[in-house]
Write a protein of this length. Structure first.
Length: 337
């Protein structure tokens, strides 16, 4: 089996590449041309995958990539993953996520419409959700350019599936974390801070709020669901979530407990009580995936946070500290650019 992963250098792309390799796949990754490519997440498997320059902003490059590789499966994971990025660059966000997905769909249709394709949709499409938990039938009401772009791409994938009979499945992904999560996300900021506090590298962490509740799972569990969707004979859309929302206070408690500290001694809040809208909780109902795919998340939330803290402690151990500081500086700079 041969697969292309767009966004292979990201959190999900790296876990998916490892998973597919473990199942005997020939794995190809689409990467954008960059002056300083970031390959640290796939460094351990870099010798086992083939990387190609292709861009969701350039349809010709996508057509050439598919013609060259002739994949059985394509996993579309490319694009910004942080909703806040959409407010910073809304036009580019829409171009990459919405129009970029359409360019990829067209490239598949032109070259070989029988290719099985997975597209990463997002729970941010629900926005101001009308109910909780959210299912595949819950109304979409995005409130950010990121969520709107994701919804545009989601509906485009459904339209291509219906009109051309293409084998396209969409995963409506709720939050998923790992030691490879970017520094733009509060969960990683918290685990990173807990490790640095334990090692004496910082004294406190300042957060906007502790009240935000979101459904959070392990990225490694989620990518297994991506693959399972494409093995099912009938393409469909699936919510992928744990169904167990956690607030940031829970993240803080588990993270600092992992290093035998009390989070209340080190966490500072900018505005007490901020961050809770009073609306439906961001919580997914993955019953459809459980019934049709027999998918279940395997990593419990406390174990996930322990995993992330352990990785950050290892990263900031004396032997690794210079490299860790460089990586964090790069992640922060990328988030701000």
């Amino acid at each position: 089996m041969r697969a292309i992963i767009t966004g292979i250098t990201g959190q999900d792309g790296s876990y998916l590449a490892e998973f597919l390799l473990s199942r005997g796949y020939e794995v190809h990754g689409a990467v954008r041309a960059a002056s300083y490519p970031r390959y640290e997440r796939i460094q351990p498997i870099l010798h086992r995958v083939r990387l190609h320059q292709a861009d969701l902003l350039d349809q010709i490059s996508l057509i050439h990539l598919i013609e060259e590789v002739r994949p059985d499966e394509i996993y579309n994971l490319a694009g910004p993953s942080s909703p806040s990025w959409g407010w910073a660059q809304p036009v580019l966000c829409s171009d990459i996520i919405a129009l970029g997905t359409i360019r990829l769909l067209e490239a598949v249709r032109i070259v070989d419409p029988n290719i099985r394709l997975f597209h990463a949709s997002s729970c941010d499409m629900y926005g101001r959700a009308v109910e909780s938990p959210q299912t595949e039938r819950t109304a979409f009401l995005p409130t950010t350019p990121f969520g709107a772009a994701k919804l545009n791409a989601h509906w485009a994938a459904a339209a291509y599936r219906d009109k051309y009979g293409m084998k396209i499945s969409c995963g409506i992904l709720f939050d998923h974390e790992s030691p490879r999560r970017g520094m733009a996300f509060p969960t990683r900021q918290i685990t990173h801070a807990a490790a640095r506090v334990k090692l004496g590298l910082q004294s406190t962490v300042v957060l906007d709020t502790l009240n935000t509740r979101r459904d959070r799972g392990f990225a490694g569990d989620f990518v297994r669901a991506f693959w399972m969707m494409l093995q099912h004979p009938a393409p469909d859309d699936y919510v992928i979530a744990t169904g167990r929302p956690q607030c940031l206070e829970d993240v803080c408690r588990y993270a600092f407990e992992a290093v035998n500290l009390d989070w209340r001694d080190f966490v500072r809040i900018k505005t007490v009580g901020a961050g809770s809208s009073g609306g439906p909780v961001v919580q997914g109902d993955a019953s459809h995936a459980r019934r049709k795919l027999l998918w279940e998340p395997e990593v419990a939330f406390p174990d996930l946070i322990q995993m992330m803290v352990d990785a950050d402690v290892e990263q900031y151990s004396p032997k690794n500290r210079p490299v860790a500081d460089i990586l964090v500086d790069e992640q922060v700079r990328d988030h701000q650019s």
